[in-house]
Design a protein around this ligand. Structure first.
Ligand code: NAP
Length: 249
């Protein structure tokens, strides 16, 4: 087990989750990360972490499926005591207007981006809360600048799902503040990952990056740094906090 205990990172096979898994391993966490379907990328991340002397356990588990989430948390127990959760997995779909949205799409986005983090938070609290005999811990939710901006003409459904993640952060942080658990949130801006392909615009970072106040898109590693800080004891007096990693946007 790593010196910092065990962290579960959802969606650790690619993008921000993969960068967070690598950095968490370097910071002394044993890393259990979930993925949805890209087992090749998941294996690559796990092999990189192990090659650098860390511990990585990839688990195929859909965050939107309660039984999968329960299995993810049960599997992570083989690494030791859970001390941290990063609710990172999230999806968006093709850019469109609200008047083009269907109930099927809304339900897909909301179950992954909202139900998923709630289910994972529940499992984490059951293990970490002093109310249930745990020793405390930290949760970081990955929201988006979209929760503030609304993503008009692109994906208001996605933005709204991140608004729910923000509210989960505020409510859960207050609910478990007296139980040894800190709950915080990172809101990335335009970050260079594969998620923009799902929106139908793989080059979105190149298009919008230069228009950001800092003049570029961000890297997944820059988001991982904020996540790891919020998980760490260096952030011991922060709960219910929001860190925007969005280049000034
Ligand atoms: P990404 O590169 O598309 O990676 C998404 C990750 O989530 C993959 O590991 C994927 O697994 C996993 N995943 C997707 N659906 C899942 C499910 N139902 N269950 C479990 N895992 C699932 O995305 P990203 O850009 O790194 O985004 C990570 C988080 O940051 C998301 O919450 C996103 O909304 C947020 N964010 C991103 C940006 C940005 O510009 N990139 C900006 C703001 C916020 P597979 O590899 O198996 O598909």
């Amino acid at each position: 087990m790593g010196g910092n205990g065990v962290v579960i990172i959802t969606g650790g096979s690619r993008g921000i989750g993969a960068a967070t898994a690598r950095l968490a391993a370097r910071r002394g966490y044993a890393v259990c990360f979930s993925f949805h379907s890209d087992s090749v990328s998941a294996r690559t991340v796990a092999e990189e972490i192990e090659a650098a002397g860390g511990t990585a356990l990839p688990v195929r588990a859909d965050v939107a499926v309660e039984a999968d989430v329960e299995r993810l948390f049960a599997t992570a127990e083989s690494l030791g005591t859970l001390t941290a959760l990063v609710n990172n997995a999230g999806v968006l779909e093709r850019q469109c207007r609200v008047d083009e949205l269907t109930a099927d799409r809304l339900n897909r986005v909301l179950t992954t981006n909202v139900t998923g983090p709630f289910l994972c938070a529940r499992q984490a609290v059951l293990r970490m809360s002093t109310r249930y005999g745990g020793s405390g811990g930290a949760i970081v939710n990955v929201s988006s600048a979209a929760s503030r901006l609304g993503s008009p003409g692109e994906y208001v459904d996605y933005a709204a799902s991140k608004g729910a993640v923000d509210t989960l952060t505020t409510g859960l942080a207050l609910e478990v503040a007296g139980e040894g658990i800190r709950v915080n949130c990172v809101r990335p801006g335009i970050i260079d990952t594969g998620i923009h392909r799902s929106g139908g615009e793989p080059g979105r970072v190149d298009r919008i990056g230069p228009t950001q106040p800092l003049g570029r898109g961000g890297r997944p590693e820059e988001v991982a740094e904020a996540i790891l800080w919020l998980l760490s004891d260096a952030a011991s007096y922060s709960t219910g906090a929001f860190v925007d990693v969005s280049g000034g946007r």
